[in-house]
Design a protein around this ligand. Structure first.
Ligand SMILES: Cc1cc2nc3c(=O)[nH]c(=O)nc-3n(C[C@H](O)[C@H](O)[C@H](O)COP(=O)(O)OP(=O)(O)OC[C@H]3O[C@@H](n4cnc5c(N)ncnc54)[C@H](O)[C@@H]3O)c2cc1C
Length: 281
């Protein structure tokens, strides 16, 4: 039943299901970032297996000429088990991405990992320029400084609001403060001349972003919007129709539970929506 419920946000459990979903999104004129769900592996073997699947994905994406890159979490690649191994694994993936003209996005996890993750991305960018990107969470008070540091190296950023529960000592708690920081950081990204991802389903922020881009004469090809699979498909399509770029983040795999719970927590109405649809046929 859990698997059935998660279907609203997760493309499936197999690589073939993921590739079919990717093809369908590409057909709608959008690119994709694929995410093999999983986090906090507990041994080196699991980390290596997770990486192996990403290598397979990079090859399949290339073979089938799909418009997609990959997103991964460092704790899924063994960050908590062996940092050196994690570095080798992600570096190997970035090298593979460079070979097939793709890109690796390093997702951002909870605040205990923020600094380590950013350090990793800076280091990987040195070795594989342009092939690795960071994620910045607008709810973190530190983010403006992190954005400045990343932009100084011309590292690509995905800007999101942030999905973890963080304390008031380090994170804005009110939606209006998070949104204001999001808008401020978006402007910094758009003016940087580097290709970034504006990852949100927030219509007000999207409206503000397109207005800013037009006013500043920033072309639609200079950045992309990003949204999650299964959320605001109407808005995704409208943006593409209006000439903006859209990338859909498609998660898949058997370890869907933490991802699914974060999506439910963001919008309690989802629980009701899913419950209703679960018993409908
Ligand atoms: C492409 C992408 C990648 C992301 N990567 C990361 C990451 O690496 N690290 C991280 O911490 N977070 C990540 N996130 C999640 C992000 O931080 C937010 O938790 C999530 O996107 C909800 O915030 P919002 O910007 O859509 O705005 P909100 O203010 O939360 O929502 C605005 C509107 O969007 C719609 N909406 C938002 N969430 C949902 C939902 N779950 N179900 C249905 N409708 C919804 C609703 O209409 C809502 O009114 C990512 C998000 C996206 C789109």
């Amino acid at each position: 039943m859990g698997q059935k419920m998660s279907r609203r946000f997760v493309a499936g459990t197999t690589v073939e299901e993921l590739l079919a979903a990717t093809q369908e999104v590409n057909r709608r004129g959008m690119s994709v970032s694929v995410d093999n769900l999983g986090e906090n592996v507990t041994n080196a073997e699991e980390a290596k297996q997770s990486a192996q699947l990403y290598h397979q994905l990079l090859d399949l994406i290339t073979e089938r000429k799909l418009d997609a890159n990959v997103s991964l979490k460092l704790t899924h690649m063994g960050l908590d088990v062996d940092e050196k191994l994690c570095r080798e694994i992600v570096s190997g993936l970035a090298e593979h991405a460079a070979r097939v003209n793709s890109f690796v996005r390093v997702d951002m996890e909870g605040s205990p990992y923020t600094q380590k993750t950013l350090d990793f991305v800076h280091e990987l960018h040195e070795r594989h320029p342009g092939k690795v990107g960071a994620v910045i969470q607008a709810y973190l008070i530190r983010s403006e400084k992190d954005v400045q540091d990343l932009l100084a190296k011309r590292i690509r950023i995905r800007l999101c609001k942030g999905a973890y529960k963080e304390p008031a000592s380090i994170a804005f708690q009110k939606k209006k403060d998070v949104d204001a920081n999001y808008v401020k950081l978006t402007r910094m990204l758009l003016k940087s001349g580097v290709y970034h991802g504006i990852a949100t389903h927030d219509e007000n922020i999207i409206r503000e972003t397109t207005a800013f881009a037009k006013a500043e004469k920033i072309p639609a090809e200079a950045f992309e919007f990003q949204m999650l699979h299964g959320i605001r498909r109407d808005l995704q399509e409208q943006l593409v129709k209006d000439g903006w770029r859209m990338r859909v983040y498609i998660p898949f795999g058997t370890e869907w539970y933490p991802y699914f719970m974060r999506r439910l927590a963001e919008r309690p109405a989802n629980a009701l929506f899913i419950a209703k649809n679960l018993f409908r046929r």
